[in-house]
Design a protein around this ligand. Structure first.
Ligand SMILES: [Mg+2]
Ligand SMILES: [Zn+2]
Length: 169
């Protein structure tokens, strides 16, 4: 098939697409700062026809530090910044819960199952999860997805470039 290389590209948020707030949370749109290459990486996935899904723990909601409306506003800014490079988030799945309160807070797999439930045509073996923490990758690996870890020496645009192969596209 001449389609996308992945049915879904699942993306962690903090530390993968945007700068982590040390000892805190991104609670306001102005606090969101993209990491270098993040918009380009998502743009490349979008142009290649990959559906992208943001999978993110946001315990600040359970802790009363932000509202769901605040989170929507933060994600609107994220979408705007990504759109500057042609990137799009096709779905956003959030765990707003505290620790040990749910089945979706990573490293549990509820967010990943939800992403697959929303895309019944997707095959987990044709999905890739990109994140900065072992807790992002373990549940995806458990479901049969490919996993890629980003880090200071492995920014998300480099990871995505490698996913598309040395020849690029
Ligand atoms: Mg992260
Ligand atoms: Zn949860």
């Amino acid at each position: 098939m001449d389609g996308a290389p992945f049915d879904l590209a699942l993306l962690d948020r903090d530390g993968t697409l945007n700068v982590r707030v040390p000892d805190g949370y991104v609670t306001r749109p102005d606090d969101l700062e993209l990491l270098p290459g993040a918009a380009e990486a998502v743009g490349r996935l979008t142009r290649a026809g990959c559906r992208t899904v943001l999978v993110t723990n946001q315990r600040a909601i359970a802790r009363g530090l932000m509202s769901r409306a605040d989170l929507v506003a933060v994600h609107a800014r994220l979408a705007g910044l990504l759109a500057g490079e042609g990137g799009r988030l096709d779905a956003i799945v959030v765990c707003p819960h505290g620790r040990d309160e749910c089945g979706c807070r990573k490293p549990l797999d509820g967010l990943f199952r939800e992403a697959l439930r929303r895309a019944p045509w997707a095959d987990a073996r044709r999905c890739v999860m990109v994140g900065d923490m072992p807790s992002d990758l373990a549940p995806a690996d458990h479901l049969g997805m490919r996993t890629e870890r980003v880090g200071v020496d492995r920014p998300v645009d480099l990871v995505v470039s490698r996913l598309f192969g040395a020849a690029g596209r």
